[in-house]
Ligand binder design. Structure first.
Ligand code: UDP
Length: 388
C-alpha cells in the first residue's frame, strides 16, 4: 500500500540548502530514497526549495534563517506560522499517513496537540539538536500514544530526560549522498590544510582549532557562517548591529584574534563542489567539540570524502569515528596536537569505505521506512520499551 508522509523540513532554509544546513541536507538525502521505496512525500518547506517531492506545502518564500537568532518574541511567529500551515493541511486532507517532523520543540508541541484529534496521523519527530537546551519541555513530555521521537545518535538519547526517552524509537544515524560509491571515487589529492566545516559557534570549537593550527604549524581553513552572516563581507557590512548575536561575539572575542589570514583563514560559507573539494583535499577535518554534538553531518561528510577526523571524544563522535582507523579522538584538547600530526597514519580509503558501508541515504531511509510502518500500523511498543 502506498504511504503518504508529510515531511516537515521547517521554515529556516531551503531544501537542499545553498550552503550551511545540517537538517536540510539530511532531509534532502532522505526524501529521494523514500520516494524510490514508493513512499509519497508531501514536503513542508519554503518556496525556494528545489528538492523534488510528490507535493509541496510552503509557508514562506525563502528561508528565515537570519531571523533564527533574534530574541524569542521576534522569532517565534515564524516557526508557528509554518506549523500552522502544516496543521491546516492535516485538518483539510485525509490522505496523510504520517508526519515526519524536523522542527525544534515547536514541531513536537504543536503536532502532539494535533495528533489528539480523531483520525489524525501519527507523528515521528526527529531530534536533531542538543536536548539540554529544552530540558523544561522534554522532562515533562506526555505526547500521547501516536507521537514518537527518534535521536540521531545513541549518545544523544543516553543523555535525554527520561520522559523524552519514553517516547523514543531509538536512534537513526545521519546520512549523506556523498557516501554513495564513496569508495569508488578517485582519491582526491591531499593539500596540506586542515578544515573546520560548520557554523562558527562555541560548541564547534573553532578557537581551539585555530590555536592548534598555530601550535602545529599547519594551515587551517574555517568554513561556515557566523550567526546569520554567510560571508566575511556580510559581517563587516552589518557593523555594530551584529554584536548582539552570541556567535558574532564568540567570533570577535575568541576566534578572530587567531585568524591571521595566512595560517588561519575564515572563508565564509562554501557550497557544493567548492565545499566538497575543500574537505576532500584537507589532510584532516577538525572537531574540537565544546558540546555534545548530536548527529554530526559534517563528520560523516568528511569520512565520505576520505578525510580523517581528529576531534574530542564527546557527543556522537565515538559512534561515527573509529579511533585509529578513520580518525583520532582525544579526551583533552591538550592531546589534539599529537593526533593532528598523526592524521597521515589514517588511510583515506578506510574512511570512505566505512562511510559507504554505514552512512548512505538508502540505509537511513530503510530505517525510517521501518519506523513509519510501526507507527502507522500501531505496532509501536508501549512508551519506554524502546528507550535509548
Ligand atoms: N556546511 C556547508 N557549508 C559551510 C558550512 C557547513 O555546506 O560553509 C554544511 C556541512 O557540510 C553540513 C551542515 O552544513 O552538511 C552542517 O551540519 P552539522 O550537522 O555538521 O552541524 P549543525 O547542524 O550542528 O550546524
Amino acid at each position: 500500500m502506498t504511504r503518504t508522509v508529510l515531511m516537515n523540513a521547517g521554515p529556516w532554509l531551503p531544501v537542499p540548502p545553498d550552503g550551511y544546513g545540517g537538517i536540510e541536507n539530511v532531509v534532502a538525502a532522505l526524501v529521494p530514497e523514500l520516494r524510490r521505496r514508493g513512499i509519497r512525500v508531501l514536503l513542508a518547506t519554503v518556496a525556494r526549495s528545489t528538492l523534488p517531492a510528490d507535493e509541496r506545502l510552503t509557508s514562506f518564500p525563502g528561508g528565515q534563517f537570519e531571523v533564527l537568532q533574534r530574541p524569542y518574541n521576534q522569532v517565534s511567529g515564524v516557526a508557528h506560522a509554518h506549523l500552522h500551515a502544516v496543521v491546516r493541511a492535516l485538518r483539510d486532507r485525509h490522505d496523510i499517513d504520517l508526519v515526519h517532523d524536523h522542527v525544534e520543540v515547536v514541531g513536537l508541541a504543536v503536532l502532539a496537540a494535533a495528533a489528539l484529534a480523531p483520525a489524525a496521523p501519527p507523528v515521528l519527530h526527529t531530534l536533531h539538536w542538543d536536548l539540554h537546551k529544552h530540558a523544561d519541555f522534554y522532562s515533562g513530555l506526555d505526547a500521547g500514544p501516536r507521537v514518537r521521537v527518534n535521536g540521531v545518535s545513541a549518545s544523544q538519547l543516553d543523555r535525554a530526560p527520561a520522559a523524552l526517552r519514553r517516547h523514543s524509537m531509538g536512534h537513526v544515524h545521519l546520512a549523506t549522498p556523498l557516501a554513495v560509491g564513496a569508495d569508488r571515487r578517485p582519491l582526491a589529492e591531499k593539500a596540506g590544510h586542515a578544515v573546520v566545516m560548520g557554523r562558527i559557534t562555541p560548541g564547534k570549537g573553532q578557537h581551539l582549532a585555530a590555536r592548534l593550527a598555530h601550535e602545529c604549524g599547519i594551515d587551517l581553513v574555517l568554513a561556515g557562517p557566523v550567526g546569520p552572516y554567510q560571508q566575511p563581507a556580510d559581517l563587516t557590512e552589518a557593523g555594530d548591529a551584529a554584536a548582539a548575536n552570541p556567535d558574532v561575539r564568540y567570533w570577535e572575542d575568541e576566534v578572530r584574534p587567531l585568524v591571521d589570514g595566512i595560517r588561519v583563514r575564515w572563508i565564509g560559507t562554501v557550497a557544493a563542489r567548492e565545499r566538497n573539494s575543500l574537505v576532500a583535499s584537507a589532510r584532516v577535518a577538525l572537531f574540537p567539540l565544546q558540546w555534545e554534538e548530536p548527529g554530526g553531518t559534517a563528520v560523516i561528510e568528511s569520512l565520505a570524502l576520505g578525510t580523517p577526523v581528529v576531534g574530542l571524544s564527546r557527543g556522537c563522535l565515538p559512534e561515527l569515528v573509529e579511533h585509529g582507523r578513520t580518525g583520532w579522538l582525544a579526551k583533552s584538547p591538550d592531546d589534539l596536537a599529537a593526533l593532528v600530526q598523526a592524521a597521515g597514519q589514517i588511510d583515506p580509503r578506510e574512511c570512505r569505505e566505512q562511510a559507504a558501508r554505514r552512512f548512505t541515504p538508502a540505509m537511513m531511509a530503510a530505517r525510517y521506512a521501518d519506523l513509519y510502518e510501526q507507527l502507522i500500523s500501531g505496532s509501536v511498543p508501549r512508551a519506554g520499551e524502546h528507550a535509548g
